[in-house]
Design a binder for this molecule. Structure first.
Ligand code: HQG
Length: 184
């Protein structure tokens, strides 16, 4: 499969497994899972033909490992990033001392005043590396880096989870635990 097709498939899957399952007649279970057969049939019924082999290839080679099969390989879900109600049932995890978030200058005044909020998603997304955070910010313009004192947050009772694809999730980051940082 060429890269362009892979990106198209990934966007299609993200749309329906994170945001708009009902648009193609899908219902996600409470954990966000959908049977692979059902997904492929729903896509086909809406004019998007995708074979199981192609789906496997996209799941396996996706740049951010956005999707995962269950242990039996019969169900699939997005590993994070949902706007629809799901409970990924991820265990609470001990974060590293620092986590990072990439954003853009126009959001800074609000973020410094009220902290990071999940906006349309279920959780605030944080990165373990500066490099990844800068890429996340760069989707919107010149990236501004924030350093989050995850250790202090955890000590203060905030819970963290890490998704199957290594994204750190937390409900919100109060302003006292973040500061702008230089991308060194
Ligand atoms: C900002 C992509 C104003 C926040 C990425 C961000 C990531 C605030 C935007 C994943 C705010 C939300 C998530 C506040 C936060 N006031 N703005 N209080 N708090 N913001 O897309 O973290 O390719 O929901 O800085 O790579 O940018 O989809 O979150 O700019 O991993 O797999 O509000 O999405 O992954 O935007 O990105 P998003 P995000 P995928």
């Amino acid at each position: 499969m060429n890269e362009q097709r892979k990106i198209r498939v990934s966007k299609k899957l993200a749309r329906h497994l994170r945001h708009e399952p009902a648009r193609i007649g899908l219902t996600l279970d409470p954990g966000g899972w959908v049977p692979v057969e059902t997904l492929l049939a729903a896509l086909a019924a809406h004019g998007f033909r995708l074979s199981r082999a192609e789906l496997d290839e996209v799941v396996r080679t996706n740049d951010k490992r956005r999707f995962a099969f269950d242990e039996t390989g019969t169900r699939i879900r997005a590993s994070q990033g949902h706007s629809v109600e799901v409970d990924l049932a991820l265990p609470t995890a001990e974060p590293p001392d620092a986590l990072y978030h990439g954003t853009v200058a126009r959001f800074l005044p609000a973020i410094l005043a009220e902290g990071l909020r999940p906006m349309n998603r279920h959780a605030v997304h944080l990165s373990a590396t500066i490099e990844t955070a800068l890429k996340v910010g760069a989707r919107r313009g010149a990236s501004v880096l924030l350093r989050i004192d995850a250790r202090a947050m955890a000590a203060a009772g905030h819970e963290f989870q890490v998704s199957a694809n290594g994204v750190w999730l937390t409900a919100a980051v109060p302003p006292g635990f973040l500061q702008q940082a230089e991308p060194t």
